[in-house]
Design a protein around this ligand. Structure first.
Ligand code: 4AD
Length: 508
């Protein structure tokens, strides 16, 4: 339900129907689905706040309204007036007995039908695909996630800051920079991270967070990479690595628990299994990079992968049996049951495709884990396999310095290591947070800037932070789309941002 009725609305929102049982209301929205004929239509109306079934009977309507119901095709815009009844059998628990219908805007041959469509087709029609039930749920969960993030930091006295989007500094290496011409032959980049400017702001305001778009020219096509994504980056003066990790686990737990509590309908629409999310409570297990490498190479990991192969093979067999039985039943089934069977078959086929892909990949995953060499960065499959050993997200810390950014502080106990940390989400979603404690030693940072092949002069301002009241400080970045895809149980990050940008996609 909306928090406060909007004083400007001159109609009722579907999400507010529980407040209007036995009253007559007018709803305004779009026709999501239509069933029936011969004097009776069941119209599913959607208005952005929800979905509701409207029962339109010819006997109760004047000619204009009945013609509107009769003519309405998928995505026609309608204003529907009728009385509200609570009905447990109706989808969503409420139903409208229609007394009049007005066509606001008719709809043509709508390209996205309830049948299955390929992902390229859906992405080309992203501007329309956003109207589907699944995307409705994802976008609302994204919205709740964003608000939960602000609530968390604002309640703890953090100041939100806007980092520049056009910048002269590379933050996360030079290979993924989007470069553009700036005035007077200067090089400018689209920001990869607001961190460096966030550090300056933390020295001014103590605890800050940025929340903005970031850009990386990622040349690889993976399910976890976008070229434009949103990042939340807190930066805290006087925080060491331990405090940084504590903040990260409390932050992630807060966001997950808020979405679980407030987005029940959306999670149900997405058929998200929420059991694993319920476990997301701080503290998270802390695993050093060294320990993680041992775990990957262990016999236990090899056995886990073998068991996984056996269990998904069995799942596939069971699904195939279910499919055969459904097909046998389909011949004699009633129309509604046929529709149910067809819907289930789409789900089964999708799951079988996923299982087949995983079965193809698992031997490589095993090879990668068992032969993992100290000093390398974890690949996506290594991260997935690591989290199988735990029942909630984990924090991996103290990585080899050579795979981390120039600004990371070295571990005073072992100079080969950087005081970095990553939060890995379970269920194969991988790294959602990266961060750590920042180097404070001026000479060391100058050396690192040179060693990473970065131009010293554009970092002068950054080095000033180490000259005037330098203090230990830490921070991290959480990727919004990776977090939302984990919460929603969507495999690919492209579904979690309204208009995704990837190597092959700039439109719509
Ligand atoms: O680990 P990363 O590169 O860390 C930084 O950018 C630091 N400067 C953050 C900081 O300490 N203030 O990125 C942080 C997070 C990743 O864990 C991931 O969730 C997300 O940003 N991310 C991406 N999400 C989608 N597409 C991409 N190409 C991403 N690259 C990173």
């Amino acid at each position: 339900m909306s928090q406060t009725p909007d004083p400007i609305d001159d109609f009722t929102r579907i999400e507010d129907l529980p407040d209007h049982v036995d009253e007559t209301v007018t709803l305004k929205g779009w026709l999501h689905n239509k069933r029936g004929s011969k004097g009776l239509y069941f119209l599913i109306l959607r208005d952005g706040s929800g979905f509701v079934q409207c029962v339109a009977a010819e006997d109760n309507l004047d000619d204009t309204s009945w013609t509107a119901a009769d003519d309405a095709s998928q995505e026609a815009a309608l204003a529907i007036t009728g009385s509200v009844s609570a009905d447990d059998r109706a989808p969503g628990g409420y139903e409208i007995q229609v007394s009049s219908i007005e066509t606001v805007g008719s709809s043509g041959d709508y390209p996205i039908t309830p049948k299955e469509h390929g992902i390229d087709f859906l992405m080309n029609n992203r501007h329309l695909w956003l109207r589907s039930e699944s995307q409705w749920a994802v976008m609302r969960i994204r919205n709740r996630t964003i608000m939960a993030i602000h609530e968390f930091f604002q309640d703890r006295g953090f100041i939100q800051m806007d980092a520049p989007i056009l910048t002269g500094n590379a933050v996360e290496g030079t290979s993924t920079l989007f470069e553009l011409d700036y005035f007077d032959d200067q090089s400018a980049y689209l920001t990869q991270s607001g961190q460096l400017h966030g550090e300056a702001m933390a020295m001014a305001l103590g605890k800050i967070y940025t929340f903005g778009p970031t850009f990386r020219a990622e040349k690889s096509k993976t399910r976890r990479h976008l070229t434009e994504f949103w990042m939340i980056e807190p930066e805290m003066a006087f925080y060491d690595l331990d405090m940084d990790m504590e903040l990260a686990e409390q932050f992630v737990s807060h966001v997950v628990q808020t979405v679980l509590a407030d987005c029940k309908a959306e999670l149900e629409t997405l058929q998200r299994d929420t059991e694993a999310l319920e476990n997301v409570q701080a503290p998270f297990p802390r695993v050093s990079y060294d320990e993680a490498v041992d775990i990957l190479r262990s016999d236990e990991t090899a056995e886990m992968i073998d068991e996984r192969i056996e269990s998904i093979k069995q799942e596939k067999e069971d699904l195939e049996t279910e499919k055969e039985e459904n097909q046998k039943e389909r011949g004699q089934a009633k129309k509604w049951r046929k529709r149910q069977i067809d819907q289930r078959e789409i789900e089964i086929n999708k799951r079988i495709d996923e299982i087949e892909e995983e079965l193809r990949n698992l031997p490589d995953w095993k090879e990668s884990a068992q032969t993992f060499e100290w000093g390398n960065d974890f690949g996506g499959s290594d991260e997935t396999v690591l989290t199988w050993h735990y029942d909630r997200p984990i924090i991996v810390h103290r990585f080899p310095a050579k795979i981390k950014a120039f600004y990371m502080k070295r571990d005073p106990e072992d100079d080969r290591l950087a005081l970095g940390m990553d939060v890995l989400a379970p269920e194969g979603y991988g790294e959602i947070v990266g961060g750590g404690e920042r180097a404070t030693d001026l000479d060391f940072l100058e050396e690192q800037i040179e060693a990473h092949g970065l131009p010293q002069e554009v970092f002068d301002w950054y080095l000033d932070l180490r000259k005037f009241g330098s203090v230990p400080h830490s921070g991290f970045g959480l990727g919004l789309e990776r977090t939302v895809s984990w919460l929603c149980g969507r495999e690919h990050v492209r579904e979690t941002i309204p208009f995704p940008r990837t190597i092959g996609r700039l439109h719509p």
